[in-house]
Design a protein. Structure first.
Length: 336
């Protein structure tokens, strides 16, 4: 670069809101509190939230993550993740004499209740979501014979229902708002009498984080989304950034995954993080950028968030004693 040319100012656009939502905050604190209150180990079925760093930090404190209730020793404490579980998982836990703490996000619980209610009224429920995602498995389990999964607009053509006048749509809470509405529009075209849930299922945090990314995406050459590969809402932020006009958007768990090459020709970098990401990881990314001349940080504010959820009620009881009692009862029944 010749000495005469001044380089364009480098800046960072920092999305607000970003990072932890109320449901994640509640779930992570619930694990920490359970470990404090009851001592290690506390078993957690599935990753408590979809974030590598959070899971590893909790493992160091004594949480043991399992994929299946069958892996939890009888008479132990097991916690269900923020994504929710199907009723059959509660039954499995009871059968194994486990004391349970349910850290399901209240906004996911709301969708579960909607599924139960519409199934009771004998509706066909079209659940918009990603196949295999924990949340979808949990919600589907509430009314498996009534629920059909619709994974994006491309799935709509193949959807069949028993009675087109009794159809409702529900959705996973962490999807892209725009893509979901596109799917809903396609479903309405096919089923004009399609009922919408009382309130949109996509959670406030997902919507707000996408809104902030939309606002900054158009101005950013590169958007860095801090989040894990298995985090649905984080992956959506990358897609939303690109659709909003960002030249490039990348998902990283940690600052050291960023490649210097991504900054070629870049003067504006947008930074945000998924709903299960601690702010510490964002600060490390800002530091990494600062070391490369991106010192000017502007906040792009899309919404105010003041929502908090109270902790799972099970943390107000002596669960270790309950677990022992459950195990003793099981022993008695088995005549052990």
């Amino acid at each position: 670069m010749g000495a005469m040319t001044a380089s364009p100012a480098r800046r960072v656009l920092l999305a607000a809101p970003r990072g932890y939502c109320a449901g994640v905050d509640r779930a992570v604190i619930a694990v920490e509190k359970a470990l404090e209150q009851y001592g290690a180990p506390v078993y957690v079925r599935h990753e408590i939230v979809h974030n590598k760093y959070v899971v590893q930090t909790l493992e160091k404190k004594g949480a043991i993550f399992v994929e299946d209730t069958a892996e939890v020793p009888e008479g132990s404490i097991v916690m269900f993740s923020a994504h929710g579980v199907a009723p059959v998982v509660h039954e499995e836990a009871a059968a194994r004499s486990l004391a349970t703490i349910d850290a399901t996000c209240p906004l996911v619980t709301k969708v579960h209740k909607e599924a139960v209610r519409y199934a009771k009224d004998d509706f066909d429920i079209l659940l918009i979501g990603h196949e295999g995602h924990e949340e979808v498995i949990g919600t589907s389990g509430e009314a498996p014979e009534h629920i059909t999964l619709v994974d994006g607009p491309g799935d709509v053509a193949g959807v069949e229902v028993r009675d087109p006048s009794k159809v409702v749509w529900l959705s996973q809470t962490t999807l892209s708002v725009d893509e979901t509405m596109e799917t809903v529009d396609a479903l309405k075209e096919k089923f004009p009498e399609l009922v919408s849930p009382p309130s949109d299922d996509i959670c406030y945090a997902t919507q707000n984080r996408q809104l902030a990314v939309k606002q900054m995406g158009a101005e950013a050459d590169l958007v860095i989304v801090v989040g894990s590969r298995n985090s649905s809402n984080s992956k959506r932020l990358v897609e939303v950034a690109k659709l909003a006009g960002a030249r490039d958007a990348r998902l990283v768990d940690y600052a050291d995954e960023i490649e210097d090459g991504w900054l070629d020709g870049v003067t504006t970098v947008g930074v945000t993080s998924g709903a299960s990401v601690p702010e510490l990881l964002v600060e490390q990314v800002l530091e990494w950028l600062q070391q490369r001349g991106f010192e000017d940080v502007e906040i792009v504010k899309a919404a105010e968030e003041s929502i908090t959820f109270s902790l799972p009620k099970e943390l107000r009881r002596d669960l270790r004693a309950e677990a022992r009692t459950l195990a003793d009862e099981a022993d008695r029944r088995a005549g052990r």
